[in-house]
Design a protein around this ligand. Structure first.
Ligand SMILES: Cc1cc2nc3c(=O)[nH]c(=O)nc-3n(C[C@H](O)[C@H](O)[C@H](O)COP(=O)(O)O)c2cc1C
Length: 178
């Protein structure tokens, strides 16, 4: 079984969740090949032949990130760093392309291909989420979405960290997909 996880992450929180999902999948299916790829390196060939594709990104303005939201995030972080406030080093490729852009070059899957979507977000009532938007795109693209879109909670808007227990919850969610 081939499983591909594609994630976008500016400050590492979604990356950490993606790795936890990969860990859960590997534990649940030791025979599976699980690749966990940052979106910029997940070219058109990356998803070909995958039995399961898992896609995730950060929630920006209640949905998926876009060029301007990433710029705003990186600018705010740079300003904090210049002011001597504790700032987090952005992830490689944080400026984009993000998952939104990546969908434009995603090849159509084989009929019956399965997929699932996740995001990171604040645990607030009006937080919104990117996962349901990603799931809708996957479905329009021809994937069968096999799980409810899932959001994993962070403590602070820019830098996280992940809320307590979210790493383990992501592992369990990954395992549940197989
Ligand atoms: C420009 C911007 C807009 C955001 N908007 C939302 C939002 O509407 N809802 C929410 O829950 N979190 C929001 N956040 C917080 C992000 O979800 C958080 O930064 C992200 O989950 C961190 O993941 P990352 O470290 O992988 O980038 C926003 C963050 C930024 C930078």
């Amino acid at each position: 079984m081939q499983i591909v996880i594609v994630y976008e992450s500016l400050f590492g929180n979604t990356h950490e969740i993606a790795e936890a999902i990969a860990e859960g999948l590997r534990e649940a299916r030791p025979d599976a090949q699980v690749a966990c790829l940052q979106v910029a390196v997940a070219g058109a060939d990356a998803t070909r032949g995958a039995d399961l594709l898992v896609v995730g990104g950060p929630t920006h303005l209640r949905g998926m990130s876009f060029g301007l939201s990433r710029k705003m995030a990186l600018k705010a972080e740079e300003t904090e760093a210049k002011a001597g406030l504790a700032a987090h080093e952005p992830e490689a490729g944080a400026e984009g392309p993000g998952v939104r852009d990546w969908f434009h070059s995603l090849p159509r899957p084989e009929p019956g291909s399965r997929a699932a979507a996740f995001d990171t977000r604040l645990g607030k009532p009006m937080s919104g989420g990117a996962a349901h938007v990603i799931a809708r795109r996957l479905s329009h693209h021809g994937y069968i979405v096999v799980a409810e879109p899932e959001g994993f909670i962070i403590e602070d808007a820019d830098d996280g960290p992940l809320s307590k227990g979210e790493h383990d919850r992501a592992k369990a969610w990954g395992a549940s997909l197989v």
